[in-house]
Write a protein that binds this ligand. Structure first.
Ligand SMILES: CC(C)(COP(=O)(O)OP(=O)(O)OC[C@H]1O[C@@H](n2cnc3c(N)ncnc32)[C@H](O)[C@@H]1OP(=O)(O)O)[C@@H](O)C(=O)NCCC(=O)NCCS
Length: 185
């Protein structure tokens, strides 16, 4: 029987880069496909790159789930453009949980937290890519209301094997107020 761990979610900052990198390596060692790159490629990534990612300016945000002081899961959101024409959409990235803490509701809580952050910042749509097969992740996203919108065949190549990338998207409904202006719910 699995014992559920109690965890806290907080914002990740550049100072969390080392723990974030260690968690990525643990997840990747378990299965490289969801991470979309090989361990050799991951090990070559400089820590400064993660510091930069975790320090992207608001409203970009990365969240971590902590059991005690240990980072055991993450979920992040990035706005691809500051232009008004693209300001309504953002990309979900960095969703993973340590293999030692799976099936305890950690990713569901993290993604819900991240979606709430996106909603609070006016998003109408959150997009992501899942490298497949990944039934755990696609089930997680489907149960949170994401739908598949497309597919990139042979998106990544790992050890000579090709894997597709599925595009998934969550619509965050807007509503019209009495004046006819569109506002976000
Ligand atoms: C996918 C992943 C993030 C899920 O993390 P998790 O913390 O174990 O997920 P949760 O416990 O919050 O589970 C949420 C839901 O996901 C689905 N799910 C998760 N693991 C599953 C499994 N092994 N089998 C079937 N469904 C699963 C279920 O719908 C689950 O809800 P339920 O437990 O009420 O049935 C985790 O398996 C992981 O890190 N995988 C490797 C990295 C990855 O795939 N990231 C996503 C990249 S897009």
């Amino acid at each position: 029987m699995t014992t559920k761990s109690s965890f806290l979610i907080r914002r990740l900052k550049p100072a969390d880069a080392e723990a974030f990198s260690a968690l990525r390596r643990e997840v990747l060692a378990d299965n490289a496909v969801p991470m979309g790159l090989s361990m050799t490629e991951e090990l070559a990534r400089p820590l400064q790159g993660f510091r930069d990612q975790l320090g992207y300016p608001e409203p970009n945000a990365a969240f971590g789930a902590f059991v005690g002081d240990a980072l055991v899961g993450s979920s992040a959101i990035a706005w691809p453009s500051k232009l008004a024409s693209s300001r309504h959409k953002a990309n979900l990235w960095g969703v993973f949980t340590s293999p030692r803490y799976r099936r305890q509701g950690i990713s569901r809580a993290l993604v819900q937290h991240t979606v709430a952050h996106g909603r609070a910042n006016g998003l109408l749509r959150i997009n992501l890519t899942v490298y497949v097969p990944n039934p755990e992740a696609t089930k997680l996203y489907a149960t949170l209301g994401f739908v598949q919108t497309g597919l990139e065949p042979q998106s990544i190549c790992l050890d000579g094997n090709y894997y597709d990338g599925e595009y998934w998207s969550l619509s965050l409904p807007a509503h019209n107020d009495a004046s006819g202006a569109i506002t976000k719910t």
